[in-house]
Design a protein around this ligand. Structure first.
Ligand code: SF4
Length: 372
């Protein structure tokens, strides 16, 4: 496993420090404010949950097909340093922090599940950081895995660019946690995803997680254009399926590079050697710029042809924040609504992992509640 450097840890209360075995941590009742998101990565603040942590993924919007995944804001900022990371433009306080009283997060999830017992919830902890990169210090994923095992109609998604899986391998997860990787060819990992685990290390971690029986998710997102993209993405697919079985996959998402226009300047400033923002991009109705549609279609077509030669039909394949007509052109169909895609997840997971989905709402219910 990649050795993560030890970082200074402070905690909001002595009991949070004690709970994590960090008795020597500094106690700082007020969260430190760090304007520089990079400096904020150099230490970790363990805090109590504040307000609401459960939410819908912030990118939801009706112009694009959204998967309607729910998020649990349990970590903020990340020890990695990807050139395209939206956190460099988003965080007003860059102090890297994690919720230490995991039981409060679980309580909030339980209340939310009780409000819609017919619904299958996918809940991720990655919206403002990486689900596993800090695990050796916070033990948060392990606590969530054990709690989700007993929650009805919900699956936890731990999405990472790390190889920090050793501490979760022996847990009795009950198929109620999907461990997923955001993954790119080695060239992109090495040049753009600074400080993350190498491709070889991510693949080795994937194999360990497969052997531990966890369902796996893959996110080919953001796909990045560069002269050798096609051969490299095809090779990546071969490398993955030389390592794990397609049957181990719960879901796979595909999406191209996109970001708010203000990010361009930030990326140029923070990553002067990066080339990824210099490709022609257009502004979409969601306020993000992305590659022009002919380029996106070209990339998806070639990528999907290769990926489809492996995929198990019960794996959910979806585009992240793409238009309905892009789905049609690449896959020959599209969900009719955001609620419909959410329903497809529930239906396929019910068949593939019966313990994940105990009760099944109707398509009409998913559509009627797609904004809640
Ligand atoms: S792993 Fe995710 S959260 Fe961390 S720096 Fe990269 S893009 Fe940002």
């Amino acid at each position: 496993m990649t050795k993560q450097p030890s970082i200074p840890i402070s905690a909001e209360t002595p009991s949070l420090a004690k709970k994590l075995g960090k008795e020597k941590a500094t106690i700082t009742t007020k969260k430190p404010i760090e304007k520089d998101y990079r400096k904020g990565k150099k230490s970790l603040y363990i805090e109590e949950k504040k307000g609401t942590s459960f939410d819908t993924c912030a990118t939801i919007g009706n112009e694009y097909v959204c998967c309607n995944v729910k998020v649990l804001k349990s970590v903020t900022n990340c020890p990695f340093d990807c050139s395209y990371c939206f956190l460099q433009n988003y965080l007003t306080n860059g102090t890297m922090s994690a919720v230490g009283d995991t039981e409060s997060l679980i309580e909030e999830v339980k209340q939310r599940l009780e409000e819609q017992p017919w619904r299958f919830f996918r809940i991720g902890t990655w919206e403002l950081g990486d689900s596993l990169a800090l695990e050796k210090d916070i033990n948060q994923a392990s606590e969530l895995i054990m709690a989700f095992k007993n929650l009805p109609n919900a699956v936890l998604e731990l999405k990472t660019k790390s190889d920090c899986v050793d501490t979760i391998l022996d847990l009795d997860h009950g198929n109620k946690t999907v461990v997923s990787w955001s993954i790119n060819p080695a060239k992109i990992i090495n040049e753009q995803e600074h400080k993350t685990a190498t491709l070889q290390k991510r693949l080795a971690a994937m194999k360990k997680v497969e052997d531990a029986g966890y369902p796996i998710g893959l996110h080919f997102d953001p796909m990045i254009y560069y002269p050798e993209w096609e051969a490299d993405y095809h090779e990546l697919i071969d490398q993955i399926f030389d390592t794990i079985s397609p049957k181990s996959l719960a879901w796979v998402s595909v999406g191209s590079l996109r970001f708010n226009p203000e990010m361009k300047q930030k990326m140029a400033l923070n990553f002067p050697k990066s080339y990824i923002h210099s490709q022609e991009m257009i502004l979409g109705p969601d306020g993000k710029i992305r590659y022009v549609k002919p380029l996106r279609l070209n990339m998806y077509k070639s990528f999907m042809k290769k990926l489809n030669s492996y995929l198990d039909p019960q794996t959910v394949l979806y585009f992240c924040m793409e238009r309905f007509d892009v789905w049609e052109k690449i896959l020959g169909y599209s969900p009719r609504s955001i609620g419909h895609l959410d329903y497809i997840f529930a239906d396929k997971m019910r068949i593939k992992y019966p313990e994940m989905v105990e009760t099944m709402g109707s398509l009409e219910m998913y559509e009627a509640h797609q904004d809640s």
